[in-house]
Design a protein around this ligand. Structure first.
Ligand code: HEM
Ligand code: HEM
Length: 132
């Protein structure tokens, strides 16, 4: 599997563990105020990252490009900042709202970069085949 696909799946499963932990905590405490952080950890984290990783696994030539790792870093930084900030905002720290806003925009930038990857042509331009 291409490295960036592996990275995406490893990051995604961490968000699923964190997302489910938040879900269980909500269910057990019967306090559902963190619902937005739970939903977005699972959906922006586990689901979307697994789709991004799956796309790279199916398109290994694109996953070798520098843009692939740049997109991974920007998207992952956005979601990693957004989820805990959203959790804190929803559970009693409204002052976290500007952090959530900035993190959301970083996440969105990551999504737009993934659109560039999807719409770019499928052939690898960065690494010529090794001469054996
Ligand atoms: C054992 C695992 C999970 C537990 C215990 C759990 C628990 C919960 C709880 C307690 C709520 C709040 C329900 C409400 O107040 O109406 C909720 C909402 C939600 N959960 Fe989970 N969850 C789990 C896994 C997941 C996963 C894997 C996903 C996505 C892939 C997910 C997506 C959502 C979404 C989108 C909502 C919001 C639904 C709405 O807006 O009505 N959950 N979950
Ligand atoms: C940076 C990206 C995103 C932003 C800024 C965002 C923002 C929001 C906002 C403001 C709400 C309303 C919350 C409320 O009523 O309290 C919401 C709800 C929701 N969003 Fe997103 N969203 C994003 C990405 C996504 C994605 C990619 C998915 C699905 C793959 C998704 C699924 C949902 C769901 C299921 C709800 C309803 C559950 C809830 O109340 O939290 N969102 N989102």
């Amino acid at each position: 599997m291409p490295r960036v696909a592996q990275l995406y799946f490893r990051t995604a499963i961490i968000f699923l563990i964190v997302g489910i932990a938040m879900g269980l905590n909500m269910a057990i405490s019967q306090d559902h105020s963190a619902i937005g952080a739970h939903a977005h950890a699972n959906l922006l984290g586990w689901v979307t990252m697994a789709i991004f990783g799956g796309y790279h696994a199916l398109n290994p030539a694109k996953s070798e490009r520098r843009l692939a790792i740049i997109q991974y870093c920007i998207y992952t930084a956005g979601v990693t900042l957004m989820v805990p900030a959203l959790y804190l905002m929803l559970t009693g720290s409204p002052s976290m709202e500007p952090v959530v806003a900035v993190a959301s925009l970083i996440t969105f930038a990551g999504v737009l970069l993934f659109a560039v990857i999807i719409f770019s042509s499928g052939t690898s331009v960065t690494r010529p085949a090794a001469a054996h």
